[in-house]
Design a protein around this ligand. Structure first.
Ligand code: COS
Length: 379
């Protein structure tokens, strides 16, 4: 990786540890998880023993307490193995970040006590009618004494049904628009929390995506994260912070596509020489490399800024958009280079293309990112 010289010895050690784990425990099984459309719980246990689900959680609460740059290095390694698996683990950062932004020490401690032993969390913002229009939230939270009563259905929730704790966004005051939204930490075993339909997705099929339904769920009032009405801003700030981490997985997808294409282009011969010796293929591989390098640098730049205390929604959206679009372009070209084999499920390439597509859709579509970027410039 071209950033090697910038890494600390600790970052290099962690990178090699995760690379080794991915080679042995993820890559050989990734195609099977994809076909089965199943979250690999046993492999997750092994990842959790290494603390890979706790990258962002501070070490004083039992996590790894890694900065964004290190997190991105590791997320890229995971992305090379299986993006669905990487997304499942990464969702813990998404579940935790609202607490980092607005939670109390007690709340962070409580959240950590749930996930540190080897459990997952989930970020419950999206609803069927919401998505890009994140403020269009129908889930309600009504104060009743020292509790809130939650009602509503969240959609497309990564780790739905397997998470032990949900970070839930709900309206505490109707008629105030996004200023009526609040954030809550909700244990999955509370009465009234149930799991709805599972999504059978095009890609990242090793991740479990479901509806999560809240029916008269009584949540202690001290599970409110931040103040009433701050939920939308907490959600937006969370996404600003987590988009680079997620995009590092998209860079991992790109790098895997390049690695597979280089190997194939050296072995496969047409017209008496390896296809890599034909300029048509060689230049496609060069373009894949150019785009991937650029995506990686943008993602690392966004992460580096955050590690310097600079939280700039613009650069986060720029990095996310570029990495997602690049992953789609690079994997589409990779399928082309392998031709019929690229299109066949017997080779890992078509899965990379299916996995890449979600990076133009989730954590805010790339169209929404352009709304954010242009809005910041033109305001
Ligand atoms: N950080 C902090 N505050 C933010 C913010 C951010 N990134 N983005 C918006 N806000 C604030 C605004 O400043 C505004 O507050 P004030 O009125 O006090 O200034 C408030 O939130 C409402 O902002 P806005 O009017 O822009 O809200 P919209 O409903 O128009 O939001 C976008 C538009 C596109 C920014 C928003 O809906 C969005 O990001 N959607 C994508 C959501 C998404 O990623 N969904 C997928 C989730 S997958 S887990």
């Amino acid at each position: 990786m071209s950033n090697d010289y910038l890494m600390t010895p600790e970052q290099k050690d962690l990178q090699l540890m995760v690379r080794d784990f991915v080679e042995k425990e993820v890559k050989p099984y990734s195609a099977e998880w994809d076909v089965k459309d199943e979250f690999p719980a046993e492999t997750f246990k092994k990842a959790a023993e290494m603390g890979l689900h706790l990258l962002a959680i501070p070490d004083e609460f039992g996590g790894m307490g890694l900065d964004h740059t290190t997190t991105c290095i590791l997320r890229e390694e995971l992305g090379k193995g299986d993006a669905g698996f990487a997304v499942s683990i990464g969702a813990n950062t998404l579940g935790y970040t609202p607490l980092e932004i607005a939670g109390t020490k007690e709340q962070i401690k409580k959240f950590s006590e749930i996930v540190v032993p080897g459990e997952l969390s989930a970020f419950c913002l999206t609803e069927a009618q919401g998505g890009s229009d994140a403020g269009n939230c129908k889930t309600t939270a009504v104060k009743d004494g020292d509790e809130y009563i939650l009602n509503g259905t969240k959609a497309f929730i990564t780790n739905g049904g397997i998470a032990k704790v949900y970070t839930v966004f709900a309206m505490t005051e109707k008629g105030k628009g996004v200023k009526g939204m609040s954030a809550f930490m909700v244990e999955a075993d509370l009465p009234g929390v149930s799991v709805g339909a599972k999504e059978h997705k095009m890609g990242i099929r090793a991740s479990n995506t479901t509806e999560v339904i809240f029916t008269d769920v009584r949540v202690p009032a001290d599970h409110l994260i931040g103040k009433e009405g701050e939920g939308f801003k907490i959600a937006m700030k969370t996404l600003d912070r987590t988009r680079p981490d997620g995009s590092a997985t998209a860079v991992g997808i790109c790098q895997r596509a390049i690695d597979e294409c280089v190997k194939y282009a050296k072995e496969r011969e047409v017209f008496g020489r390896a296809i890599g010796k034909h300029q048509a293929v060689a230049f496609m591989i060069a373009d894949m490399e150019i785009q991937t390098q650029a995506a990686r640098q943008l993602v690392m730049h966004a992460a580096n800024l955050m590690d310097h205390g600079i939280f700039d929604p613009n650069i986060s959206s720029v990095a996310k958009t570029f990495a997602g679009d690049t992953a789609m372009r690079v994997t589409t070209d990779a399928v082309q280079i392998l031709g019929g084999f690229g299109y066949s499920r017997d080779y890992p390439i078509e899965k990379l293309m299916r996995d890449a597509k979600i990076y133009q859709i989730f954590e805010g579509t790339n169209q929404i990112q352009r709304v954010v970027i242009s809005g910041n410039l033109l305001r």
